[in-house]
Design a protein around this ligand. Structure first.
Ligand code: ITT
Length: 184
């Protein structure tokens, strides 16, 4: 089986990619804090990150990087590209407290998966719409407990079901199709 190296500090992302690419790619985590360029464009952050992580790997193993964020409509897209910083500082419970007072609690998860192998850099985007709710469920990671889609929060779903609906699942589907086409 071919190996894809997932450069991320977040094991939750790796679990989802492993399950999605199961049997086709061996996904190994490189716990590497890639250089995040200052940008509001997830694709630019992910692409530069994948190139940086590929160089850091020092071999020929292709690398993927995933840059994601939660975009809350009633907060003009906040926290967006700053979602990681906001989770670390405010925390998910306080993001819910901010959202609780809003008339419009719709939100989207967006993600861009970038692939780099030294020759080619490609990006694949995915997004999913949902509504912010009081925290429920103990699966998933990050903002999953407050993101509801189809009556359930992402933290109430198994990885399989989340992958079938989620921003990351959609981006991974595009990556998998592209990789399959490239091999044929
Ligand atoms: P790496 O950059 O090392 O991959 P990270 O967790 O910092 O790890 P991001 O910057 O892409 O990754 O993540 C942005 C934030 O959004 C972070 O707080 C995540 O927990 C959260 N997040 C990303 N994908 C998510 C998902 O599928 N469900 C819930 N929260 C998610």
């Amino acid at each position: 089986m071919r190996t894809l190296r997932f450069a991320t500090t977040n094991p939750g992302k790796v679990r989802e990619a492993e399950e999605y690419l199961d049997g086709v790619y061996d996904v190994e985590q490189h716990d590497y804090d890639y250089v995040e360029v200052q940008s509001s464009d997830l694709a630019e952050i992910a692409a530069r990150g994948a190139e940086d992580a590929f160089e850091a790997g020092g071999d020929d193993v292709p690398v993927i990087v995933d840059d994601a964020g939660l975009f809350v409509r009633g907060l003009d897209g906040f926290p967006g590209p700053y979602s990681s910083y906001v989770e670390d500082t405010l925390g998910v419970e306080r993001v819910w407290q901010l959202a609780e007072g809003l008339d419009d609690r719709r939100a989207a998860f967006r993600c861009v998966v970038a692939f780099a192998d030294g020759d080619t850099t490609e990006t694949f985007a995915g997004s999913v719409q949902g509504t912010l709710v009081a925290p429920r469920g103990d699966g998933g990671f990050g903002y999953d407990p407050i993101f509801e889609h189809g009556g359930e929060t992402f933290a109430e779903m198994g990885t399989d079901r989340k992958n079938a609906l989620s921003h990351r699942g959609r981006a991974l589907a595009k990556l998998a199709d592209w990789l399959a086409e490239r091999r044929s």
